[in-house]
Design a protein around this ligand. Structure first.
Ligand SMILES: NC(=O)c1ccc[n+]([C@@H]2O[C@H](COP(=O)([O-])OP(=O)(O)OC[C@H]3O[C@@H](n4cnc5c(N)ncnc54)[C@H](O)[C@@H]3O)[C@@H](O)[C@H]2O)c1
Length: 257
């Protein structure tokens, strides 16, 4: 039976799901410009208490904070809607931060790991926005391939929307340190810029429970193994470091604070 699988994205969530001090789930909160200018990076409730990030499930309503997110949400909904109307079995997979061999390296927008790696290959420190303690979910391209295959084959997948992540979370700072170590450049500490990039979220990492239950999805590549393979592949590549150019462009357009 033919199927349509759409590569959707975590970006449509905007901020992930959070929990208040009295353990109520909360979504749709954002940081104020004032707060960001004061380098007060965490999300807070109305009383000023810091909110705790928790794994984000598919039920968290989208908060579309960029043109990219708006586009991905449109693509996802169009595929599902056309699927229902024309009886095409459609499945949307919301990928989290994907990495792996053969990923685009010269494009500064395609992934933080590629950015960090190209900086390190050029013996420069990875540049980190905010304080580096923002959390993300990095998923190997092999697990993305696994999820795509399951989305094509599992009968119950049809019409569904599934988060595809690793189910693990890391801070960006930890990630920069880990990739530097794997590359034998552990002495190059990341540079914390303290800048905020307009549209950036603080934390978002996947609740992959639905994909596990319905698709039988099981992440198989640990960050350690994934980074080691990525680095092996990178060593044979010529990475063009355009991070400084990208940062300068963001700044010139007033997109970093
Ligand atoms: N990389 C991630 O972390 C991530 C996360 C969430 C969602 N996604 C989604 O996954 C998809 C792939 O992302 P990626 O990071 O691998 O991007 P990429 O830029 O590395 O790869 C995109 C590929 O599509 C090809 N392409 C572009 N236009 C085409 C066309 N008209 N016809 C045929 N091929 C075309 C390009 O040549 C390229 O090989 C995108 O839809 C992206 O939004 C990626």
């Amino acid at each position: 039976m033919e199927r349509l699988v759409v590569a959707s994205s975590m970006s449509l969530y905007g901020e992930g799901l959070y929990e208040t001090v009295d353990r109520q789930l909360i979504s749709g909160t954002e940081r104020t410009q004032e707060q960001l200018r004061a380098h007060d990076w965490e999300l807070r409730d109305l009383d000023g208490n810091v909110l705790k990030p928790v794994p984000t499930p598919e039920t968290k309503p989208p908060t579309l904070a960029s043109i990219y997110a708006l586009n991905k949400f449109d693509q996802e909904q169009m595929c599902l809607l056309v699927g229902r109307a024309y009886n095409i079995r459609a499945v949307a997979l919301r990928f989290f931060n994907v990495y792996g061999p053969r990923q685009a390296l010269s494009n500064p927008y395609t992934g933080v790991l590629a950015n960090f790696a190209s900086r390190l290959l050029n013996n420069k420190p990875p540049l980190i926005f905010e304080d580096g303690l923002q959390k993300r979910d990095f998923v190997s391209v092999y697990d993305i391939a696994q999820a795509c295959r399951l989305a094509l084959e599992v009968p119950q997948a049809s019409g569904g929307v599934f988060n595809i992540g690793s189910g693990r979370q890391f801070t960006i700072k930890e990630l920069a340190q880990r990739i530097a170590e794997v590359m034998g450049k552990g002495h190059i500490e990341p540079e914390i810029t303290g800048k905020y990039r307009v549209g950036d979220i603080r934390h978002c990492f996947a609740d992959i429970g639905l994909a596990q239950r319905v698709l039988g999805y099981k992440p198989s590549v640990s960050l350690e193994d994934g980074l080691t393979e990525l680095v092996c592949w990178l060593e044979g590549q010529k990475a063009e470091d355009r991070v400084e150019q990208a940062s300068a462009e963001l700044s010139a357009r007033g997109l970093t604070v």
